[in-house]
Every structure is written in C-alpha cells, then in structure tokens.
Ligand binder design. Structure first.
Ligand SMILES: Nc1nc2c(ncn2[C@@H]2O[C@H](COP(=O)(O)OP(=O)(O)OP(=O)(O)O)[C@@H](O)[C@H]2O)c(=O)[nH]1
Ligand SMILES: [Mg+2]
Length: 462
C-alpha cells in the first residue's frame, strides 16, 4: 500500500448527514477533479488559487448534472497529505457519493484504503507516527478526557517528550564514546560514571512513568470499569438503572433476577465510566445462576472500582469471600435502601480492607438518595490525573510496548554502568533504547508491515 504517486479518492465523512465530503489526493488530483467539475465561473481548478473554495457542479460523461458542489483546492505541499488535493463537498445522498467516486475512479483515481490519507501525511513528514495515530484517537474520542489526550498527542506533546529523552540519551552516548575514544589516555579525565548513571536513571524514570500512564490511558479510552456486586436483591440493578438513567436491567424483588453481567457507560465530569451490573452472590443449585456468579467474580477481577452493595450487615462468610477477591481494588461500600434501614448498626471495622482504598456511603437507589454523592466518590476514587492541553498519557499498546522495551534495555545500561562493563557494550544497549523510542514516532526505519498495521485501523477517507 505504500505507494503515494497515484491519486486516491474516498468519502471522508459518515453518510447520513445533509452534506458529505469526497476527498482526492495525489499528483493528478486537480486535473482529475477538473475533468468532472465545471465551476460556475468557468474557470478551471488548475487556473484557480490554492486555498480557495469554488462553486460549480459535477456532471457525468453524458453531461447529466450529478450534484451542485463546492470544491476546496489545496496545492502541494500545503495540504493535509502534502500533495495536491481537492475536497468536494456534496449533498449527503449515498447515490450522489457513489456517482462522484465512480466518476473520479473512471477519470483515473484509485479508491483509497483505510487511513491512506493520513499515511500520506506521515510519509510527507507532515505528522510523525504518534501524531498520525492521535488522528485516529481524535476521531474516536467520545469524552473530554480522551479528546484532550488525543489533541495533546496530535499537537506533538508526546513527540517532544520523546525528543527530550532522545537528547538525554544521545548525550549519554556521546559521553560514553568519548570515554572509548580516549581510553588509552589515562591522564584524561572523563565524566565519571556516577554522572552517567544519574543521567540514565533520570531518563529511565520518565520512560517508566510514561509506560505506567498507559493503564490510565486504556481505562479512559474504554471507560473505567466499575463492578456493582453484592448479595441478591440488594438493589444492584436498580443502581445501574439509576446511574445510566435508563431501564437497562430487570429489577424485581425476586432473588436472583440478574443472571448475567450487564454493562453500560456514563460520563462523570467528562470521563467515561463503564458500570457492570452482576448476578447477586448466593449459594445456589441452579447451574445457570452459578455461571452468572462466576462471571460476577470475573467482573470484580477486571474492575478498577468495586461497589459492594449491602442492605444489611454482611455475614462473616460473605466478608471472607469478598476479601479474597478485592486485593488491589478500590472499594465502595454502598449501603442501599437507606429509606428503610438505618445503618448506624453497621460495623465496617469487621472488614479488613485498607482504609485508604475503601469508602462507605449510604444511598437509596430506588429513591435517588445520595446518587450524585456516589458519582463524586466514584470519580474521586478513580484518581484520574488532571488532564490539560499538554498532558501526555500513553494510549496506544504499540507505544506502551516500545516504552517497555526501552525500559528493559535501559535497565541493562544502568546495570552496565553500575558494574565495570566496557563502554562499547553499554553503548550498544543505549543504541537499542534509542531505536525503541524512535519506533514510536516512526523516526527509525519503520517496517512497511508496522505501517500497514497502524493505518489499517483508520476509517477510509482519513
Ligand atoms: N426500599 C427500597 N427498595 C429498593 C431500593 N433499591 C432497590 N430496591 C428494591 O429491591 C428489590 C431488588 O432490586 P434489584 O435492583 O433487582 O436487586 P439486585 O441486587 O439487582 O438483585 P439480583 O439481580 O437478584 O441480584 C426491588 O424490589 C427494588 O425495587 C431502595 O433504595 N429502597
Ligand atoms: Mg439484579
């Protein structure tokens, strides 16, 4: 797919709107568009100024008008792809779009593959690879947090973090090479290894910090998982419905109503949370219900936050069973049905859970009491870092893996500096670290396969 000397076209917008855009890019973009377009002023696109929008119509070989359109004209290198490009803004009929694309293809265009426009932008040096991936994230962003992170990555904040790291590592390499070049001159003094070591450690701590942010990045992208668990009939499904403001799950006073997990998302302060209502935990002979309950425990495993719903003091056995699943989880003890019971008799001290990971709240899911407070608590417990316009959070598995490889190689550099490993061997590991980081932005020679893999996840027309 990595040939960019032909001219490609594709519908760039989702069908269904009043207007849609067909995008054309490549050396013949202007000539091909001209061949199916007639401007109202009779002036061809070839004779028009770049950066202008020209009104006219598209017609077929028989001279039948297909649509009245506006064509935006871009000339290389001042376009998204860096190539001559046009954007034909037509009416959003599926028939019109099909006709316009067919005419363009008959006139010499090729239908673009997924992400091919952005791939061309990358190949033209308009974006580095991590910025190109941010374009896909930006299109997919469904909340303020993911939008900000994608925008920050697109603006190059992640790339510049990486270039700072690269500078530090290059400095380290050159100091090591200096040591190598003048190894015979015992009278010369080199930067002592403690200095090199502190440089390496500083770079490594930033790399690990970036890698660690991937967990947050993933959670923000997919929605932070919150499992709602507890005994049967405590009001879990009522709470899910209350939170998502919809009748998602069946509510009844029959124990064991919910038998499977039910998921839905809501946004709290611009962040997506994924709530998982689960089958109530109880001893049962029903095999289907047993499967449901094992899914409840699987949901706890995957959750970041667990809401343990109670409507009475849990039995010692329940506490024991829950505690064995709550390791490393943030826990909210939600005392439901506060309209009925007073929980003053409840004794949370019997739970041996770390206090800073556990919060308790009294609610009524049915009568909407303290639900906003519960949402605030959930948000607080998710511990989301403040996300500003320049916040860097790793969101791509590809970046995460490269950072981990860089960390492994840098650990070897640090070990080498700590021991008396010769400088040339350390320098070899350092080169690997630089290569790992360069892969993120595509600065190193990126194999075609990797590129194809990245861009195939884009939509067509982007
Ligand atoms: N009084 C009162 N009743 C509630 C409250 N929340 C839920 N209920 C009732 O409790 C019963 C059980 O509610 P569900 O939401 O189905 O309970 P569940 O935990 O999902 O039950 P299972 O799916 O069987 O595990 C229903 O009759 C609800 O109307 C509340 O805050 N106060
Ligand atoms: Mg239920």
């Amino acid at each position: 797919m990595i040939t960019n000397n032909d001219t490609i076209c594709a519908v760039a917008t989702r069908p269904g709107g009043a207007l849609c855009i067909v995008r054309v890019s490549g050396p013949d973009a202007i000539r091909i568009t001209d061949s199916i377009f007639r401007s109202a002023s009779r002036r061809t696109l070839a004779d028009s100024h770049a950066g202008t929008v020209i009104f006219g119509h598209i017609s077929d070989a028989q001279g039948q008008i297909v649509d009245e359109v506006l064509v935006s004209l871009f000339r290389a290198p001042h376009s998204y792809t860096g190539q001559d490009s046009t954007e034909i803004s037509c009416h959003g009929s599926a028939y019109i779009l099909e006709q316009v694309c067919r005419l363009l293809i008959e006139a010499g265009c090729r239908q673009a593959g997924p992400g091919e426009f952005t791939e061309r932008a990358f190949l033209a040096g308009k974006l580095d690879l991590s910025q190109a991936e941010a374009v896909a994230d930006l299109i997919a962003s469904g909340n303020r947090a993911t939008h900000r992170i994608a925008m920050s990555q697109l603006k190059g904040h992640f790339s510049s973090e990486l270039s700072v790291l690269r500078e530090q590592l290059l400095q380290l390499t050159s100091l090591l090479e200096l040591e190598l070049d003048f190894a015979d001159h015992e009278e010369l003094e080199f930067a002592d290894r403690t200095e090199l070591l502190s440089l390496a450690k500083r770079a490594d701590s930033r790399i690990t910090e970036l890698a660690r942010s991937f967990k947050t990045g993933q959670a923000l992208k997919q929605g932070i998982p919150v499992a709602i668990v507890g005994r049967t009939n405590v009001g879990k499904s009522t709470l899910l419905n209350r939170l998502v403001k919809e009748d998602r799950a069946i509510v009844s006073d029959i124990h064991g109503t919910t038998r499977d997990t039910i998921e839905d998302t809501i946004q709290i302060k611009g962040v997506t949370f994924r709530f998982i209502d689960t089958a109530g935990i109880r001893q049962t002979a029903d095999t289907i219900e047993q499967i449901g309950i094992s899914r409840t425990f699987a949901a706890i495993d995957k959750a970041l936050i667990v809401i343990w719903m109670l409507d009475s003091q849990p039995a010692a056995d329940d506490i024991k069973e829950m505690e064995s699943h709550l390791e490393g989880k943030k826990l909210i003890l939600a005392f439901n049905k506060s309209d009925l019971n007073s929980y003053s008799a409840f004794d949370a001290s019997v739970l041996k859970l770390p206090a800073d990971n556990t919060k308790a709240i009294e609610i009524s899911a049915k009568f909407n009491k303290n639900i906003t407070k519960l949402e605030d608590l959930i948000y607080e417990m998710a511990d989301i870092p403040e996300i500003n316009a320049d916040t860097v959070i790793v969101t791509q598995a590809r970046h995460y893996e490269a950072l981990n490889r860089a960390h492994t190689n840098l650990t070897r550099v640090i070990e080498g500096l700590n021991s008396t490993l010769p400088g040339d061997l350390i320098a070899e590991d350092l080169r690997l670290v630089l290569q790992d980081l360069a892969e993120i932005t595509g600065g190193a020679i990126t194999p075609g396969e990797t590129l194809q893999n990245i861009f195939s996840h884009f939509c067509i027309g982007k």
